[in-house]
Design a binder for this molecule. Structure first.
Ligand SMILES: Cc1cc2nc3c(=O)[nH]c(=O)nc-3n(C[C@H](O)[C@H](O)[C@H](O)COP(=O)(O)OP(=O)(O)OC[C@H]3O[C@@H](n4cnc5c(N)ncnc54)[C@H](O)[C@@H]3O)c2cc1C
Length: 492
């Protein structure tokens, strides 16, 4: 059976070693500035503000007793069981088959599969079945010193009605985030694939790719944007010159723009950053287009509202990141980026193969690791020396260590809030708590929605955690160590 990452009753008791020195000084000038700053502070959240730089300690991920000190033994056992189960490849295969099988999609069998999924995968990887439950989960996580990324778990939409329904869900998510303690929700997440019909995203991506091949190709609907491609970007998806958008498609594009602007305006009003997730390369150019054109409108001063996502497993990602940040600097907007490795690896290989091309993903996993770390270092330097923010979304311990070392060195992420680490709900809790204990801001990515709705997300998590060498290995090892210690302590 699964346990939520940080069960409510347990997180309530979690202890954190953050020191929160008051902002005071004996020097009159400094004291006056401090007093003014304190006056301007928003109402205090349940979470203490990030500690001043001198209270930062190094990232300690070895002390399992400290990391899990307030987690009950029964919860550790349940978490261990879930993570071990997902590490057994054949078991995951059977689970994925059961979730996808048509035989099990009707009547009593379907109810049984859904009930089992809910009590296992769903409760472990998701924040609840609706926004209210997700709000409760966010409060719990926040009590533990972490923050939450509120994720309405819808994925692809195929018509305008579906897009409108999904938009209402995203708008409601912003309302829920406003009802929670101010610092507890770090970001509201949006999937452009849920507010723009998929077929249109594919068409727009084709047209954008063709314009990259032939700059004289005019796209009348295209607004100001940052660069979406680099010279090395693969364009094989678009083999022949695409037809211009039809009137109906242009109309749907306008509707999508309106939906996105409505969401952006609500985020601006609530001062809640909006983080756009990245998908597979068939539609990613259009997603980047929407992200960048909205960022140009809404990202002001040093307050990025619209954040994009860069998937560093793609060979062209570093160049694209460089070009986009350079262009953002040139037009004077602060840009926010989330860095991930990427979750559509097998799909990308299949798509490329179907066109007779090699995968757009780095040839070796080490190349992906190097690229993630290079991009992370580049963005940390960038935000340290200028405007913008970075979210490092990773479960990789080495990447976490490298990024914290760099952040200490250049003074990012301490009091300036330009750096957020993030892990998925149900994954890499040890890293989340370790980073938080070291004084960094850390978020959990917390999807919510009915079990059936979040199924594609759950299938990706099952796939990702398959195998003994999966990301959960480090947590499994630490939990086992702590359970062993507790058993010994009880016996002797
Ligand atoms: C907060 C958050 C938000 C996310 N948002 C998105 C999103 O918007 N879009 C998205 O696509 N993903 C997203 N992800 C998922 C992320 O891409 C996966 O978690 C990622 O695949 C695991 O990478 P990791 O950094 O945790 O590193 P690790 O745990 O080290 O993972 C390594 C994984 O990288 C993959 N990999 C990459 N390149 C290679 C290669 N060349 N050869 C072999 N394996 C390779 C493998 O699957 C391997 O398991 C998000 C993750 C988090 C934590």
């Amino acid at each position: 059976m699964a346990a939520r990452v940080v069960p409510q009753k347990i997180v309530k008791n979690l202890r954190f070693q953050k020191s929160t020195k008051p902002l005071t000084s004996s020097h009159p000038a400094t004291a006056a500035v401090a007093a003014t700053l304190l006056e301007k502070q928003p109402p205090r959240a349940t979470t203490p503000p990030p500690p001043p730089s001198q209270s930062f300690s190094s990232l300690d991920l070895n002390n399992a007793e400290k990391l899990f000190s307030t987690v009950s033994t029964s919860t550790l056992i349940r978490s261990s069981a879930v993570l071990h189960a997902t590490a057994i490849g054949p078991m995951v295969d059977v689970g994925i088959w059961a979730l996808q099988s048509r035989l099990l999609q009707k009547g009593i069998m379907k109810d049984a599969v859904m009930a089992v999924t809910k009590k296992t995968f769903f409760e472990h990887f998701c924040a609840g079945e609706d926004a209210v439950a997700a709000g409760r989960s966010i409060r719990s996580v926040n009590d533990a010193g972490l923050r939450g990324m509120l994720v309405y778990g819808v994925e692809d939409a195929h018509d305008n009605d579906g897009c409108d329904r999904n938009l209402n869900g995203f708008l409601h998510t912003v309302d829920v985030s406003k009802s929670l303690p101010p610092s507890s929700v770090s970001f509201v997440i949006v999937k452009i694939t849920a507010i723009c019909p998929m077929a249109l995203l594919e068409r727009m991506s084709d047209l954008l790719r063709w314009q990259q091949k032939d700059p004289s190709f005019v796209l009348p609907w295209k607004q100001d944007s940052l660069p979406i491609f680099s010279e090395s970007s693969p364009l094989y998806h678009t083999q022949t010159k695409p037809e211009p958008l039809t009137q109906q498609e242009e109309h749907d594009l306008q509707l999508t723009n309106q939906r996105l602007q409505q969401l952006c305006h609500k985020c601006v009003e609530s001062n809640k950053p909006l983080l756009v997730d990245a998908e597979h390369t068939t539609v990613q150019p259009a997603i980047d287009y929407f992200t960048y054109s909205s960022a140009i409108v809404h990202n002001k001063d040093d307050n990025p509202i619209v954040f994009g996502t860069i998937q560093t497993y793609l060979k062209d990602s570093k160049e694209r990141l460089f070009l986009a940040t350079q262009a953002a600097d040139k037009i004077g907007i602060p840009m926010g980026f989330k860095l991930v490795r990427g979750a559509y690896m097998s799909m990308e290989s299949k798509i490329a193969e179907s066109f007779g091309y090699g995968s757009p993903i780095h040839d070796t996993i080490q190349d992906t690791h190097n690229n993630f770390n290079d991009c992370s270092s580049f963005l940390l330097e960038k935000v340290a020396n200028g405007r913008g923010s970075v979210v490092l979304a990773t479960h990789n311990i080495e990447s976490g260590k490298l990024a914290t070392a760099k952040a200490y060195e250049i003074g990012v992420g301490k009091v300036n809030h330009k750096l957020e680490f993030a892990q998925l709900c149900g994954m890499s809790d040890a890293l989340s708590f370790g980073l938080s204990n070291a004084g960094f801001r850390v978020s959990k990515y917390m999807p919510f929605g009915p079990v059936e709705m979040v199924m594609p997300y759950l299938l990706r998590r099952a796939e990702e955690n398959r195998g003994l060498l999966a990301a959960s290995g480090f947590d499994r090892q630490l939990i086992r160590k702590e359970l062993g210690r507790r058993i010994k302590a009880a016996i002797f």
